[in-house]
Design a binder for this molecule. Structure first.
Ligand SMILES: C[S@@+](CC[C@H](N)C(=O)[O-])C[C@H]1O[C@@H](n2cnc3c(N)ncnc32)[C@H](O)[C@@H]1O
Length: 321
């Protein structure tokens, strides 16, 4: 999961080129052309950017587990827009799989991901899927792809979601992509049950005002701060390792066999910390609500919000505290 050696200049240049493409906001709604020039690009990507995405998947999948997402040991898992295959890798680690299918418009990426997932999971069958228009996986994974699709890609994905039994999407926690994910959730509510992170099946309250977007922060591995290779990479690339914003959605096609009780309200974003209190935003079925956790009334939660805010996922309604 981590590049053990100090990165070569060539790797850093490859990663820099990819980051510039991903972060370019002037592109608007236009799709990116295929940017994988060969396996070396994928290897450089896998050693840094995909590792960070893997930490987001770990956070999202850990929440899925807590919300009752069942194991997938006997199931077929498809990673759509797989890149180096990090979503499949992390999913298999947390939930297992009988067979993993890797799909990407880039044949180079499909081959790279197949080999990588097979190598890290001896005994697991992997298959490159060139055309995703006819397959029907048990579990569909989508990671950091929504912002890259053109109309045709969006249609293929939308139909594929409709043919999948369970779906997990993990996307960057920026305004545009997160709102795109919320809009997709809205569209899917008729046919799918939302398993996580939403504490309700009502309309997404983050869509009510243009300035809101649903996102969370994942906790990076401690190695990001203590491993000399990571420290060098972060410095050279100007990556702030403390900030790992993501948005995610886990869904199951209706009817769902066992429904778990919905948790209390989901904490969004990061708390606004004061000396004696923390202001948090909660997602509720009647909108986004601000709650105040005070050091005096709830010292344990206040301390956790200060030290390890990502671990406080849910809180009761303000009037029930
Ligand atoms: C930012 S990368 C993310 C890769 C990987 N899912 C991850 O999270 O690390 C986006 C991937 O989507 C693929 N992609 C873009 N448009 C696509 C399309 N229309 N159909 C399939 N894959 C596509 C790209 O080739 C690339 O591998």
């Amino acid at each position: 999961m981590l590049c053990a050696m100090t990165p070569m200049r060539d790797d850093l240049q490859r990663i820099e080129r990819l980051r510039e493409l991903f972060l370019d906001e002037s592109r608007g709604d236009r799709a990116l052309p295929d940017y994988w020039r060969g396996p070396m690009d994928l290897a450089a990507y896998a050693s840094v950017l995909a590792v960070r995405i893997g930490w987001k998947w770990d956070a999202a999948l850990s929440e899925c587990k807590d919300r009752g997402f069942a194991r997938a040991d006997q199931e077929t898992v498809l990673d759509f827009g797989c890149g180096s295959g990090i979503a499949a890798e992390r999913f298999v680690h947390h939930f297992g799989a009988r067979e993993v299918w890797l799909h990407d418009r880039s044949a180079t990426a499909r081959a790279y991901a197949c080999e990588r997932v097979a190598t890290s999971n001896p005994g697991l069958t992997t298959k490159a899927i060139a055309d995703a228009r006819t397959v029907s996986p048990d579990v569909l994974l989508v990671s950091h792809v929504l912002g890259e699709l053109d109309d045709r890609g969006r249609q293929v994905l939308r139909e594929l979601i409709g043919r999948s039994r369970r779906v997990v999407l993990v996307e960057p926690g920026n305004h545009t992509t997160s709102r795109r994910l919320s809009a997709l959730r809205q569209e899917l509510l008729a046919d799918f049950e939302v398993l996580a992170p939403c504490p309700h099946a009502a309309a997404c309250p983050a869509l009510a005002r243009d300035e809101d977007w649903c996102h969370f922060f994942a906790e990076p591995s401690q190695l990001a701060f203590t491993n000399s290779a990571w420290v060098k990479i972060s410095k050279e690339l100007g990556i702030d390792q403390r900030s790992l914003p993501y948005a995610f959605l886990a869904l199951a096609h209706k009817p769902v066999e066992t429904k778990l009780a919905a948790p209390p309200h989901r904490v969004l974003f990061r708390p606004d910390l004061g000396k004696h209190d923390a202001r948090v935003q909660l997602c509720t079925d009647h909108g986004l609500v601000e709650a105040l956790v005070t050091k005096r009334a709830d010292p344990a939660t206040f301390r956790t919000l200060k030290k390890n805010p990502e671990s406080v996922r849910t809180l009761p309604a303000p009037d029930a505290r």
